[in-house]
Design a protein around this ligand. Structure first.
Ligand code: UDP
Ligand code: MG
Length: 312
């Protein structure tokens, strides 16, 4: 029996690119001997994304659609896709054609060497200057904070095998940072360099807010650094406080008789209160996460399935 490739493709207001994506994909896939399915996950678009995919799915049963009932965010959408994909190899792609389907063959060749996961990394990023800078800071900070050894210049496209997908599905956390989970799973990983193109059409759906949310999730899920920072800063402030007090006492007793007065008291009170609030805030962030996890809510809610059975 032929091996099967499952493409997991989240879509959110992508009406401008879907048809072109399917066209390029089917052209490339015809040249392989693999069976395939393209599992689209609609993340609550209200444009024609869904109707275009459903239309395509009528004439091609390999095109499948999971409609989430509202916008869950890309991480949950991906998880829904991986849950329903049935292939031996799963490939994750965006539909905007930034990572070209023509690279699929190279991903397959690489993973067939015996890896569990192959990340695409880009030779150069075709993006605006601001986006590139932001990306660099984003991933740089993430690497520092989380200590995860994420490959540099990660592209979206990646392939992993069934074993890896099953491991992924064992992760139950609600706040998810997929790349972090991938690194946490470990197993045998590799990277290949791929070419990148401009987004075929439409605009990026990742606004600043979404990016910040992802960064916070990543940092708080994969790092206890903020907590350790709290302890270290706390100790530092106590030490500084003791030194300052000692100096004042020393000056007053042995050198000069001065009025230290209100300002210094109020000043130090404000600083102390600020420090406390700051760290209570950090603790609250973690408590909030625990609360969210402890509810054990399902990760996503599906409205409708096309060309797929509800087997979960
Ligand atoms: N996406 C999603 N839900 C969202 C935001 C984005 O499923 O809430 C999808 C989007 O349709 C695209 C992918 O995530 O397939 C990446 O988004 P985009 O290409 O806009 O981001 P960029 O490549 O600029 O980071
Ligand atoms: Mg993109």
């Amino acid at each position: 029996m032929n091996k099967k490739l499952s493409f997991v493709v989240p879509v959110y207001f992508e009406e401008a690119v879907i048809s072109r994506f399917i066209l390029e994909m089917t052209e490339v896939l015809e040249t392989f001997s693999f069976d395939y399915e393209i599992v689209f996950i609609d993340d609550g678009s209200t444009d024609n994304t869904v109707s275009i995919i459903k239309q395509e799915a009528l004439s091609n049963s390999s095109i499948k659609l999971i409609e989430l009932s509202y916008n869950h965010g890309k991480q949950a959408a991906l998880t829904a896709g991986i849950t329903h994909a049935s292939g031996d190899y799963l490939l994750y792609m965006d539909p905007d054609l930034q990572d070209p389907p023509s690279e699929i063959g190279r991903f397959i060749t690489e993973i067939e060497k015996g890896y569990d996961l192959v990340f695409g990394v880009r030779k150069e990023k075709k993006d605006s200057f601001i986006n590139r800078i932001f990306s660099r800071i984003f991933w740089g900070v993430l690497r520092k904070f989380t200590g995860l050894k994420l490959p540099k210049g990660l592209a979206v496209m990646r392939i992993f095998n069934r074993k890896f997908a099953n491991k992924f599905l064992e992760y139950q956390e609600q706040n998810r940072f997929i790349e972090g989970i991938f690194m946490h799973i470990g197993m045998k990983q590799s990277t290949i360099e791929i070419d990148q193109r401009e987004r075929y059409a439409g605009t990026s759906k990742f606004n600043f807010k979404k990016k910040m949310e992802l960064a916070f999730n990543a940092i708080f899920d994969f790092s206890e650094l903020p907590l350790k920072l709290a302890v270290k800063l706390g100790v530092a402030f106590i030490l500084i406080g003791i030194i300052v007090l000692a100096v004042i006492v020393f000056l007053k007793l042995y050198l000069v008789d001065f009025q230290s007065g209100w300002p210094s008291i109020i000043g130090s009170l404000i600083i102390a209160t600020g420090v406390q609030l700051f760290f209570i805030g950090i603790a609250a962030l973690y408590v909030g996460k625990i609360y969210k996890e402890s509810k054990g809510r399902p990760l996503f809610s599906i409205k409708e399935l096309t060309n797929l059975n509800d087997n979960t």
